[in-house]
Design a protein around this ligand. Structure first.
Ligand SMILES: Nc1nc2c(c(=O)[nH]1)N[C@H]1C(S)=C(S)[C@@H](COP(=O)(O)OP(=O)(O)OC[C@H]3O[C@@H](n4cnc5c(N)ncnc54)[C@H](O)[C@@H]3O)O[C@H]1N2
Ligand code: MOO
Ligand SMILES: [Mg+2]
Length: 520
């Protein structure tokens, strides 16, 4: 505890090295000596409060509770009930019906809808991409006063005079930030105004400086005394009436609005720096596989490869605005998969695993989900290339429903299925109404051979063709699902039908296809 206090305090101030915290135990009493200053005492309490209950339990010999806590904190003792020995009896065909992508997406979204959304208070900082959970009305109108659109003169235009060639005495000035009541305009007079400054009472138009000339200076020669208006002026000209940009007490951002830069700017403008938004889910990332080494390892052991999925998916989800947690790598044993799944599910709302979902003897994910976690697998095979063994399950942990994606281990399959299933789910859980990627018609640049059995999500780079108005889709090359390079530079997933739907099984150059936009 002393170390925790010194370590925590040093992050607040280097002066902490001058303090001498003391902690001890007398009989069954824990004694903590906090610093004398109220601020220091409060901070130090925060540094040590987490294990207090556990410390007191230890002192009072509350063994069962202590053991239970230990067990809950380390999922490392968990033993799977999956039989890993009997390989000969394993299923030789997938037990899961292969369903269309659209059906799979509907199932995912339906499960998201069954999770109650959590509303949290947010402020203008770090709220980009969040969805408003309340209707927002403007507190104040914008502009809050009649404001000048030009640098010039506030004047009075009457029924009889539009002021062409009129000589007006300059009575004062109104610059931005001043009170509108500072001065007053009457016939024969004007007030010099700046853009954004209040137009004073009595004035009903602004004449820009370009349409005036100076006729007489003040005695000291520095200021304007009389000006001439060169062009006729009309009532209301170059004035923004109060509330003309944003009216007060009107619904300006309805519940469900996604907060982009301008929406946050609007909230800032109308005096709503605090608002309710839907909480975003936390995404846990788990790689599985005996072959995986850290991407930081410079030397590969025999038979090993570096874990690239976690880096790709972490970057993808973070780019979409979601917080990710690295749950690590699970070895290909039922125990390891079980332990990592429990750890991941405790820490996150949505757990995204890669690998171990196909037909291999060490593909344990589905079996552990069902046998050890009592999870429901909603689908375990999807009619698509890449991504065939994509698996989606839900389970309940401490009363909370959790989503689990078991994405295929191949790097391209994991990336493509993240776009098609995981990101829509994360968006839906964050309150988006339309979480799927928008689709556009695109034109094939070259012939492409179609897959005999599965519709393909072909990675393409779209270039906007200004002559035809239709984006031209260029393939990123060899589409094998292990070749992550095929995702580089891709800004769309082009949906190609299976071979039977095209003569000779070839989609010819110039054909129109649907593509899902990943980015612009
Ligand atoms: N008999 C069958 N075999 C396979 C089928 C099938 O239907 N029948 N489906 C194939 C398809 S399609 C895919 S996709 C893969 C999916 O495999 P798994 O999800 O079980 O994944 P693994 O076997 O663990 O790994 C596949 C591949 O990906 C590499 N990998 C895994 N994790 C990572 C990572 N984090 N970073 C980089 N690369 C990773 C792994 O080394 C393998 O090469 O199954 C086919 N087999
Ligand atoms: O479906 Mo797998 O994802 O082709 O490689
Ligand atoms: Mg496998």
């Amino acid at each position: 505890m002393v170390i925790a206090m010194i370590k925590g305090s040093l992050e607040v101030t280097p002066m902490a090295m001058l303090s001498r915290p003391v902690c001890g135990v007398r009989g069954k009493t824990l004694i903590i000596n906090f610093p004398g200053s109220p601020k220091g005492a409060g901070e130090n309490f925060d540094f040590v409060k987490k294990p207090l209950k556990h410390a007191v339990d230890l002192l009072s010999d509350k063994k069962p509770e202590v053991e239970c806590l230990h067990k809950a904190m380390q999922s490392s003792n968990l033993k799977s009930k999956v039989n890993a020995v009997n390989v000969a009896d394993r299923a030789r065909k997938s037990q899961f019906e292969t369903i269309p992508v659209k059906t799979a997406q509907d199932i995912v979204i339906q499960n998201c809808l069954e999770i109650p959304s959590v509303v949290e208070k947010r402020t203008l900082k770090n709220s980009i991409g969040f969805i408003l959970a309340e209707d927002v009305l403007a507190n104040d109108p914008l502009p809050p006063f009649p404001a000048s659109i030009k640098d010039g003169y506030a004047v009075f235009v009457s029924e009889n005079s539009q002021l062409q060639n009129a000589l007006l005495q300059v009575r004062g000035d109104s610059t931005a930030g001043e009170s509108p009541d500072k001065c007053h305009v009457e016939e024969g007079f004007c007030i010099r105004v700046s853009t954004g400054a209040p137009v004073p009472p009595g004035a009903n138009a602004v004449v820009q400086i370009e349409d005036t000339e100076l006729v007489e200076r003040t005695e000291d020669g520095n200021d304007e005394k009389v000006i001439r208006i060169l062009k006729s002026a009309s009532k209301g000209q170059d004035i923004r009436p109060p509330g003309s940009d944003i009216p007060a007490n009107e619904l300006i951002l309805p519940k469900g609005t996604r907060l982009g830069a301008s929406e946050l700017g609007v909230l800032a403008a109308v005096g709503r720096p605090q608002f309710s938004a839907y909480r975003k889910p936390i995404v846990g990332l788990l790689s599985t596989g005996n072959e995986l080494q850290s991407p930081h390892d410079m030397v590969l052991e025999k038979g090993k490869i570096r874990d690239s999925n976690k880096t790709t998916l972490e970057s993808l989800f973070q780019k979409e605005g979601f917080q990710t947690l690295d749950i690590g790598i699970a070895k290909d044993t039922p125990d390891a998969v079980y332990q990592k799944l429990v750890e991941g599910l405790k820490k996150s709302d949505v757990l995204v695993c890669t690998g171990g979902v196909s037909m291999g003897e060490k593909d344990y994910l589905k079996r552990v989900l069902v046998t050890d976690l009592g999870a429901t697998i909603h689908f375990g095979a999807v009619l698509m290339k890449p991504g065939k063994p994509t698996t989606f399950a839900t389970c309940t942990l401490n009363g909370n429903k959790k989503l689990i994606f078991g994405l295929p281990g191949n790097p391209v399959s994991a990336t493509v299925t993240s776009h098609l299933f995981v990101i829509p789910a994360l968006r839906k859980l964050s309150g988006w109404d339309t979480p799927l990627y928008p689709a556009v018609k695109v034109q094939l640049e070259k012939d492409i051979k179609l897959d005999p059995a599965r519709p393909e999500y072909h990675r393409v780079t779209l270039n906007w063709n200004t002559e035809t108005g239709v984006p031209l889709a260029s393939s990123t090359g060899n589409q094998i699902s292990s070749r992550l390079l095929s995702c580089n530079t891709a800004n769309a997933l082009m949906l190609l039908p299976k071979a039977g739907e095209f003569p000779n099984g070839i989609a010819t150059a110039g054909s129109l296809m649907t593509a899902h936009l990943l980015s612009l």
